[in-house]
Design a binder for this molecule. Sequence first.
Ligand code: ATP
Ligand code: LTN
Length: 327
Amino acid sequence: MKKRVFSGIQPTGNIHIGNYLGAIRQWVPLQAAHESLFCVVDLHAITVPQDAATLKAKIRELAGLLIAAGIEPKASILFVQSHVSAHSELAWILNCFIPFGWLGRMTQFKEKSQKERMVVSAGLFTYPALMAADILLYETDLVPVGEDQVQHVELTRDVAQRFNSVYGETFKLPEAFIAEAGERIMGLDDPTKKMSKSETQPGHAINLLDSPDDVRGKIMRATTDSLREIRFDEKRPGINNLLVIYEVFSGLGRPEIEAKFEGKGYAYLKKELAEVVVESLRPLQDRYHKITADPAYLDSLLRDGAARARPLAERMLNKVKEKIGLG
Ligand code: ATP
Ligand code: LTN
């Protein structure tokens, strides 16, 4: 039996190299050996305020970027979360099985609710129930995500186990699948914080659609330290982050990289890094522009993805409803 892979990404802000290196890049090779579903999680996006026209555009942009990054919409199932209503329905049901206290312990909620200057929605609090629904609907084995999402995958396992212990074997227990390198890319302006779409300072993130000049400018301005030596060292977050980005984009090993930069200055490292990033993003950006030149085709791919996801999701939802005595 092939294993099932499921992952999701929010159509908010600009997709950055943290999303790419920590998550999307892992998805591509998984498609060959597994049955994979990749979801543009627009219902998660509305847990914080969104402008309607921007959200709609971002959903297509993200789908285009995923295909450009190597997701094959025919081999995998690529779809938009709100197109399959079973996600909302199962999320509600799971909400009723998740103890309130579990949600209050989620690091992402604590961080985001502090950052939001506006009223924090109840949706932001129950966000992990929707994520658990996404995963559990498809009997998922592996969830390839960045390090920040591991806690949510663990909550998913916990609620699945809780449900199974009351109603008998229903949900499969999923496991997080974390990249070996690049699982936590830090902000260029502040390497003590994870690179994040919701941080909007100009030098924070390298976005997948940034122009070569933007990439160069952001890297040249990245925060480092006042030491000289160039080596991997987590105690020096600025230089370490630049080296990790170099490592994953170049595919070189750590000893090779340290040898290459031995005795060299930070400006040299930054220049070399900028070129590796620009050259890695170029083919992806070319593919993105080709794919999004035909919006009707892109929409048809997403419709087809939802049509393939829907029966799988509904089967599980009906099983759950039956077990708990609904309807
Ligand atoms: P936000 O900070 O606004 O929530 P985000 O940048 O975390 O957005 P998501 O859509 O929440 O983006 O995440 C998509 C995927 O990218 C997830 O699997 C997440 O773990 C991964 N990811 C996000 N930021 C990073 C990062 N800095 N390093 C590695 N992986 C990341
Ligand atoms: N919460 C995730 C996005 C997400 C997801 C999922 C990831 C929603 N549903 C299911 C994996 C599986 C995030 O913020 N990065």
